[in-house]
Ligand binder design. Structure first.
Ligand code: SER
Length: 272
């Protein structure tokens, strides 16, 4: 795995999915349009809800974007972990009733192992505990070691918001090594520390949940994937945290010069 700049990673991702016939779109505005449910855009799929629900027809059934995001539920973690930020960019590929689980999984693996050249032995996968189809694809079609494909419950591996389109998801995590571990004897995949970092979430939108809580299988299921660009950059650059990736450091160096304060010189320093 070779060092790669954040801008290069973004371009590699978007052109990889263009090669899979996805239409590349610019990031939508951070301010949602015609969506009173969100103050700020929090994921790649948020500005595309109208295409997922079928309220509007997408420009193509396959789309790829790098979306500007702010995710407020995690805001309390900013500054405490290596992997949470305020603003971040989310890389995504989306299918509106076109390709599904098999393609989403195999392209994610191809991108990680062939394009990014991330060694397979630092990758771990989670699947929803009832999603045997996804587990089977990971283990029997992709060939991932079954011990590295971990079943998780609804809280971790099921994406839903009230009623409407929803479904199981599969996350790809990178083991950053013992130096990032909390050191607890039970530290493993799913631990809150920075060792196993979730990088990519593949959501298989295959159900429509009704008012009575029934999950009805969709005739044309969708794909919604989201990957933190800065998290992937941490991995590709071997840096400790999101604030040390190349583009953020460039901004930080500039600010440090004006402020007369050097990064990491004094963690208790507060500007007057
Ligand atoms: N919607 C999912 C997420 O934000 C995948 O894009 O994690």
């Amino acid at each position: 795995m070779n060092y790669m700049g954040l801008n290069e990673i973004r371009e590699k991702f978007l052109s990889f999915f263009e090669s899979k016939e996805c239409l590349r779109l610019d990031s939508f505005s951070l301010v949602p349009k015609n969506d009173a449910s969100l103050l700020l855009i929090n994921s790649g799929m948020a500005p595309m809800k109208k295409w997922f629900t079928g309220a509007e027809v997408p420009p193509r059934k396959r789309v790829t974007t790098c979306q500007k995001c702010i995710r407020t539920p995690d805001i309390e973690c900013v500054g405490k972990t290596a992997r949470h930020g305020t603003f971040f960019e989310m890389l995504g590929n989306f299918s509106f009733g076109d390709y599904f689980k098999r393609e989403a999984i195999s392209w994610a693996w191809e991108f990680f192992t062939k394009v990014m050249e991330i060694p397979e032995d630092i990758l771990w996968v989670t699947v929803y505990e009832e999603d045997d189809e996804a587990r089977d694809i990971w283990v029997n079609e992709i060939g991932v070691n079954p011990e590295r494909v971990v079943k998780m419950g609804k809280e971790d591996n099921f994406w839903e918001h009230g009623t409407g389109p929803c479904g199981p998801c599969s996350e790809i995590h990178v083991d950053r090594g013992v130096k990032y571990s909390c050191g607890k004897p039970d530290c493993k995949l799913g631990c809150d520390c920075d060792r196993f970092m979730e990088v990519w979430n593949l959501v298989f939108t295959q159900f429509d949940k009704d008012e009575d809580g029934n999950y009805n299988r969709l005739a044309n299921p969708n794909i919604d994937t989201g990957m933190g660009l800065e998290r992937l950059a941490c991995v590709m650059q071997g840096v400790d945290n999101l604030f040390e990736v190349d583009t953020v450091q460039n901004t930080m160096k500039h600010i440090s010069k004006f402020a007369g304060v050097n990064y990491k010189e004094n963690e208790n320093f507060l500007l007057p």
